[in-house]
Ligand binder design. Structure first.
Ligand code: ATP
Length: 345
């Protein structure tokens, strides 16, 4: 078991010496044992935030980083006792797997017996016992990332910081390791901060997600909140797929080029309404359908068809529908939208 600490950033901004403002003043509290995911497009400040927590960067004057109430702002990385895992593994190629895992323990001058015991424990935890004596260049990408995790955890860090650890791996391996990391973080109960630009990864792993936009926090919340109740259009469009209709409100009806959508809670000022693909469906036979469009693409995915329907908007509506029926390009379809999925932002 690891000692889990809460971590907080208070008023942490970061301006680099060349004048680049990577982070606007940010306040963020991470609970002990929580997995917090920093999510956002390239350059939004995810890595900078992680490096401030690690002690690899200092915040601008006035910013503070706290580990369980202790002000660690002035402490360099080696005094913060954090474990780090990077996309690039950053393992020592001239050392064996076991030596890599023992590296931090040696720096801390632990006895040879202690080192052996801890390395054994980490090899077992990551299920890589049989790789102990291999050299790093004899390992696959997934194995390297397991070694990197074992090395980061060997020192019993107060927090585990992961920067795009799965990005370099192929899709299948990414899935497997995502599952393993999720189980590992839960089993260890360690405070973890995980940087990614992959929203599926963020939703699968995060207890909470921080969506970032140009050095600012756009929204913090549980994956479900972020997905179902995005705070802004930016968040809504960044996470998952959003369907959008543009038009105007007439009482409880939203009129748009493709028809109309009835919605009792419709705000009178609405100029566009948003909803997810899973709240969009082909209208049932005989159902009074309010939206009509033509099929602009249909991708057969085995268990379902991903359908793109042109309803006279800038972008076609997207929905998934059972694969039993075939759809032809240009075919007219009637659509229905579930009311509970409607949003205005
Ligand atoms: P990515 O996913 O591409 O790694 P990110 O969200 O992690 O992006 P950061 O690496 O935190 O973004 O960078 C935020 C901004 O700060 C970017 O504009 C980047 O170019 C800039 N930046 C990062 N490090 C430095 C530095 N040492 N000096 C100057 N500017 C920097």
């Amino acid at each position: 078991m690891m000692q889990a600490v809460p971590i907080s950033l208070e008023n942490c901004a970061k301006t680099f010496t060349d004048g680049t403002r990577a982070l606007e003043p940010v306040d963020l509290a991470i609970a002990a044992g929580e997995t917090l995911v920093l999510l956002g497009p390239s350059g939004c400040g995810k890595t900078t935030t992680l490096r401030l927590i690690a002690g690899l960067e200092q915040p601008d004057a006035g910013g503070r980083v706290l580990f369980g109430g202790e002000d660690v702002t002035a402490l360099p990385i080696e005094k913060r006792n954090v474990g780090m895992v990077f996309q690039s593994y950053a393992l020592f190629p001239n050392m064996s797997v076991a030596e890599n895992i023992a590296y931090g323990l040696r720096l801390r001058r632990q006895s040879a017996a202690e080192q052996r015991a801890r390395v054994g424990e980490m090899l077992a935890l990551m299920r890589i016992e049989r790789l102990a004596d291999r050299s790093i260049d004899q390992l696959s990408g997934g194995q390297r990332q397991r070694v990197a995790l074992a090395r980061a955890l060997a020192v019993r860090p107060r927090a585990l910081l992961l920067d795009e650890p799965l990005t370099a791996l192929d899709a299948k391996l990414r899935d497997t390791l995502r599952f393993e990391i999720d189980s590992l973080l839960r089993e260890l109960g360690i405070t973890a901060i995980y940087v990614t630009h992959d929203q599926a990864e963020a939703m699968a792993l995060g207890d909470r997600i921080v969506v970032m936009d140009h050095g600012r926090i756009a929204q913090v919340g549980a994956p479900r909140d972020i997905y179902q109740r995005p705070a802004s259009r930016y968040v809504a469009e960044f996470i998952g797929t959003m369907n959008r209709l543009s038009g105007h409100a007439e009482g409880e009806v939203f009129r748009c080029p493709g028809g109309y959508v009835a919605w009792p809670e419709l705000p009178a000022t609405a100029r566009e309404i948003l909803f997810r693909p899973e709240d969009t469906r082909i209208a049932a036979e005989g159902e009074a359908a309010s939206l009509r469009g033509t099929v602009s693409a249909a991708f057969f995915c085995g268990d379902h068809v991903r359908l793109f329907v042109d309803v006279g908007e800038e972008r076609p509506l997207v929905l998934e529908t059972p694969a039993r029926r075939e759809y032809r390009h240009g075919e007219t379809v009637a659509l229905a939208v579930e009311r509970h999925g409607l949003m205005v932002l």
